[in-house]
Design a protein around this ligand. Structure first.
Ligand SMILES: CC(C)(COP(=O)(O)OP(=O)(O)OC[C@H]1O[C@@H](n2cnc3c(N)ncnc32)[C@H](O)[C@@H]1OP(=O)(O)O)[C@@H](O)C(=O)NCCC(=O)NCCS
Length: 176
């Protein structure tokens, strides 16, 4: 199994993977496409897991903004991550997430946010974000699923504000 940066040749396979992993629904598959063609796309942070030539997993981290009265801070959001059902529970999702966080840190990002399962993400360093002074109003989600991971020491202590997902996240939703 190989973890590598997504290339153009993977786009169709990544669409199909997200379609299948999310229960034969195209919401997340379309979200990936919207993000890819937006300003928030960071090519090195679209990562695939390849097994015997097939794409079996994908992770996308893209740009978002943390805003407060002092201005905006660029952060990244993790969404989506998916592994083909028959390849799940083998550690592929974990490998993608760890690689994504490592790369995001290398790109200079200090904070990663996500909306996700509170049992899965804490092992990678994610914690409930509102407890750290972060807010999210674009989506109505409980405190424990809105999470943040600190990549650079001190970033959490020195940042508060409201997370704003970019337009791409809403364009996908309205296309349904
Ligand atoms: C969420 C998702 C990406 C996780 O991918 P995955 O490859 O199954 O993730 P992992 O294998 O790293 O971890 C999953 C579980 O398998 C366990 N696991 C990891 N390696 C294992 C192994 N070798 N043997 C048995 N279990 C293992 C992990 O401990 C974990 O269990 P836990 O959640 O109880 O801790 C995958 O389930 C998925 O695609 N779901 C559908 C799409 C989705 O909901 N995405 C998330 C929202 S964006």
């Amino acid at each position: 199994m190989r973890i590598r940066t997504e290339t153009k040749n993977d786009f169709k396979h990544v669409f199909n993977l997200n379609y299948t992993a999310f229960g034969n629904r195209d919401d997340e598959a379309k979200l990936v496409e919207q993000i890819r063609f937006s300003d928030g796309f960071i090519p090195e942070l679209s990562i695939v897991a390849e097994a015997q030539g097939d794409i079996v997993g994908h992770l996308l981290l893209s740009k978002a903004k943390l805003t407060n009265e002092d201005g905006d801070k660029e952060v990244v959001v993790l969404a989506p991550v998916a592994v083909l059902p028959e390849f799940q529970k083998k550690g592929i999702g974990s490998k993608l997430i760890k690689e994504g966080l490592k790369r995001a840190k290398k790109e200079g990002y200090g904070l990663v946010f996500l909306i996700g399962h509170p049992d899965y993400y804490p092992k990678f360093g994610f914690q409930p974000a509102r407890a750290h002074g972060m807010e999210l109003t674009q989506f109505q989600v409980p405190d424990d699923v809105f999470m943040v991971c600190e990549l650079i020491n001190g970033e959490l202590e020195n940042s508060v504000g409201e997370l704003h997902y970019p337009k791409a996240f809403f364009a996908a939703a309205t296309q349904k």
